[in-house]
Ligand binder design. Structure first.
Ligand SMILES: Cc1cc2nc3c(=O)[nH]c(=O)nc-3n(C[C@H](O)[C@H](O)[C@H](O)COP(=O)(O)OP(=O)(O)OC[C@H]3O[C@@H](n4cnc5c(N)ncnc54)[C@H](O)[C@@H]3O)c2cc1C
Length: 528
C-alpha cells in the first residue's frame, strides 16, 4: 500500500464532484477526485444547466459555450405536457416561455441556459477539470477515512487491480450521492419528508422515436394511465429516450424489473403496444426529500445529493449540486492560499444548508402539485417560489455583512433586486472600452469593488487591497442608468461582490476613512 498527498480529495465524480474539481483546479488547487464507476454516467437524469448555475460556470472561459453547444435547445422550445400517453391527446401543455412568472428573462440575467442532459454535462465538466489540472481517477473508490487536526487520511482502492493506497489530504469532500458513505461514516443523519415514491428510470432506444417526437424533442411528459404513472423525456440522441415510473415495493420486487418488463412500461408510456425498443440502462431511484443535519464535520464537507436529496420536480437537484461545488471550491481555494482564515469554511454550511432546505421543500411541493395532489401529509407552506429558489436565494453568514432590519425571507424576487448584502449581485448592462458587458462579467476570480461615479475615494483606497476595482460612471458606462437603483447605493456609494457574485457589503455613501472601512470589511468576510 503506497501513500500520496493531495490538497483536497473529492469522493464522487457526478455533477457536484466534477464541478468542485474543476473550480478548485481553475483556482490553482489540483484536487484528486475518485469515482468508483469507470466513466461519467450516461444516464440523462438532470436536464439543463439553469441560469444561476450558468452564471457561475461562465466564469471559466469557454465553459458556457461548451455547455450550450452540448444542449442547444432554447427556453422557447421547452414544454411540459400532462397526458395519458406520449402519443395520445395532451390534457394540459405548459410552454415555459409563456409562463411570465417562471421566465428568467434578459432583464434578470444575460446568460443562456443549456438544455444538455446530465450525460452530456458531466463529460464537459470532466474535460475542463482535467484541462485545468485536476487529477480525476475513474474506477477508484473510497474505502475508509480518518481525520485529525492537520488533515484527512483516506484509503482508496483501484477497482480493477484491487490495489489500495492512502491519500493524505488537507480536506475531504463527500460528493458521493444520496447514499453517501462519507455522511454515514461521520454519523450525520438526515431530516425531511423522506421517501415519496420508489421509481425506476429506463433509458431505451427505439428506431421509431424520431418519428413520434418530431418537433417535440424538448418536451417533458407527465403521464398517468392504468399501466403507467411517471414521465418521459428525450435525449440528445434522437433514437434514445428515458421513461421514469413509480412502483409499489409491497406489490412488485425491484428485481422483477428486467428488460422485458421495462419495455412493457415504455410501451405503456407511449400507448404503442408494439413499439420496437431495447433497454440501454435501468436505474432504480427514490423520489425523496432529505437534508443532512450537518454539511460539515471538521475537515470533511458534504455537497450535492450527499447533503440534500430533492424531487426532480423543478429540475434543481443537479443545479444545487453544482452550485455547492462552486461555493466550497472558492472558499477552500481562498483558505488553502492563505487569503482567508479557516472560519470562511464555516460559511459553506451557514449559506448552503438554508438554500438546500427551502429548495428541497419547494421541489416537494412541485411534486405534490404535479403528480400527487391527493397527498395531504406534506408541508405546503414554502416561503420561496420557483424563481426564488432558482436565482433569488439569499445568504446569511459571517461572509456577508447583513444589514438590519432583516426580514428573514429565504429569497428575493430577482426582478426587483435590493442590492442588500447576502443577495445575488444584480445584472446591470455596462460598457467597458466600448464593449457591452454585464456586472456578471466582472465576477469570478477575485472580490470586486464597484463604486459609484462619485466614489473615487473608494476605488483609490481599494487599490492597496486584493480586490479588483471598477468605477461605474468612470471606467464602466452604466448603459441603462440603473446601477445605483439595482444595488441600492448613492453616487458616492460602493458595493463589494464576492467571487460568486453575491453582495458581501455595501455602503450607500462615501466614508471618512474608506481604506480602514474596506480593510475591516474584507477581514470579516474572509474571516482573517
Ligand atoms: C430521474 C431523475 C431526474 C432528475 N432530473 C433533474 C433535473 O432535471 N435537473 C436537475 O438539476 N437535477 C435533476 N435530478 C437530480 C440530479 O440527477 C442529482 O441531483 C445529481 O446527480 C446529484 O449529483 P451528485 O454529484 O451530488 O451525486 P451523484 O450524481 O449521485 O454522484 C455521486 C457519485 O459518487 C460516486 N460514489 C459513491 N460512493 C463512492 C465511493 N465510495 N468512492 C468513489 N465514488 C463513489 C457514485 O458512483 C456517483 O457517480 C434528477 C434525478 C433523477 C433521479
Amino acid at each position: 500500500m503506497s501513500d500520496e498527498e493531495a490538497p483536497v480529495l473529492i469522493v464522487g465524480g457526478g455533477l457536484s464532484g466534477l464541478t468542485t474539481a474543476l473550480f478548485l483546479a481553475w483556482r490553482g488547487v489540483p484536487a484528486l477526485l475518485v469515482e468508483r464507476h469507470s466513466g461519467p454516467s450516461f444516464h440523462p437524469r438532470a436536464h439543463r444547466v439553469n441560469e444561476r448555475t450558468m452564471e457561475l460556470m461562465r466564469t471559466v472561459p469557454g465553459l458556457e459555450e461548451a455547455l450550450v453547444e452540448a444542449g442547444p435547445w432554447a427556453l422557447e422550445d421547452f414544454a411540459m405536457v400532462i397526458g395519458m400517453t406520449v402519443t395520445g391527446p395532451e390534457m394540459h401543455r405548459l410552454n415555459l416561455a409563456e409562463e411570465a412568472e417562471a421566465v428568467i428573462d434578459a432583464s434578470i440575467t444575460p446568460v443562456p441556459v443549456s438544455s444538455a442532459g446530465q450525460d452530456q454535462i458531466e463529460p464537459v465538466l470532466l474535460q475542463f477539470a482535467k484541462d485545468h489540472g485536476a487529477d480525476i481517477r475513474f474506477g477508484t473508490e473510497l474505502v475508509s477515512f480518518t481525520e485529525d487536526d492537520s488533515g484527512v487520511s483516506a484509503v482508496i482502492r483501484d477497482r480493477t487491480s484491487g490495489s489500495t493506497q492512502t491519500v493524505h489530504a488537507r480536506y475531504l469532500i463527500g460528493a458521493d450521492g444520496h447514499r453517501s458513505a462519507v455522511r454515514s461514516a461521520l454519523g450525520i443523519g438526515t431530516h425531511g419528508v423522506g421517501t415519496l415514491s420508489h421509481n425506476v428510470n429506463v433509458t431505451f432506444e427505439s428506431p421509431a422515436l424520431p418519428r413520434f417526437m418530431k418537433g417535440k424533442e424538448a418536451t417533458l411528459y407527465y403521464l398517468r394511465n392504468p399501466k403507467f404513472t411517471g414521465s418521459y423525456i428525450g435525449t440528445h440522441i434522437p433514437e434514445r429516450g428515458s421513461v421514469s415510473f413509480d412502483y409499489d415495493p409491497s406489490k412488485e420486487e425491484l428485481s422483477s424489473f428486467d428488460d422485458k418488463k421495462c419495455i412493457q412500461r415504455v410501451r405503456a408510456a407511449f400507448g404503442v403496444w408494439n413499439l420496437e425498443a431495447k433497454v440501454v440502462e435501468i436505474l432504480p431511484w427514490e423520489m425523496a426529500s432529505r437534508v443532512a443535519d450537518r454539511f460539515r464535520e471538521g475537515r470533511v464537507f458534504l455537497i450535492g445529493d450527499a447533503a440534500h436529496q430533492m424531487t426532480p420536480a423543478g429540475g434543481l437537484g443537479g443545479q444545487t449540486a453544482m452550485q455547492d461545488g462552486y461555493d466550497i471550491a472558492w472558499k477552500l481555494a481562498a483558505v488553502l492560499a492563505g487569503e482567508a482564515g479557516p472560519g470562511l469554511l464555516d460559511t459553506y454550511e451557514d449559506e448552503r444548508k438554508p438554500v438546500a432546505e427551502v429548495t428541497v421543500a419547494r421541489t416537494v411541493l412541485n411534486y405534490i402539485e404535479r403528480l400527487a395532489p391527493h397527498r395531504t401529509d406534506v408541508p405546503r407552506d414554502v416561503k420561496a417560489d420557483n424563481i426564488g429558489v432558482t436565482i433569488g436565494y439569499r445568504y446569511r453568514s459571517r461572509a456577508v455583512l447583513t444589514e438590519e432590519p432583516d426580514d428573514g425571507m429565504p429569497a428575493e424576487n430577482p426582478r426587483t433586486p435590493s442590492g442588500r448584502p447576502g443577495t445575488r449581485g444584480a445584472h446591470v448592462r455596462l460598457e467597458r472600452d466600448g464593449i457591452p458587458i454585464s456586472t456578471l462579467d466582472l465576477i469570478g476570480s477575485s472580490f470586486v469593488l464597484l463604486a459609484g461615479p462619485e466614489g473615487g475615494a473608494w476605488t483609490e483606497a481599494a487599490g492597496a487591497l486584493p480586490i479588483t476595482v471598477y468605477r461605474v460612471g468612470g471606467d464602466l458606462v452604466d448603459v441603462d442608468g440603473n446601477w445605483a437603483e439595482r444595488y441600492g447605493v448613492g453616487p458616492a456609494g460602493a458595493v463589494l461582490l464576492r467571487p460568486d457574485g453575491y453582495v458581501a457589503w455595501r455602503s450607500t455613501e462615501g466614508a471618512v476613512e474608506p481604506g480602514a472601512v474596506l480593510e475591516k470589511v474584507l477581514a470579516q468576510v474572509l474571516q482573517r
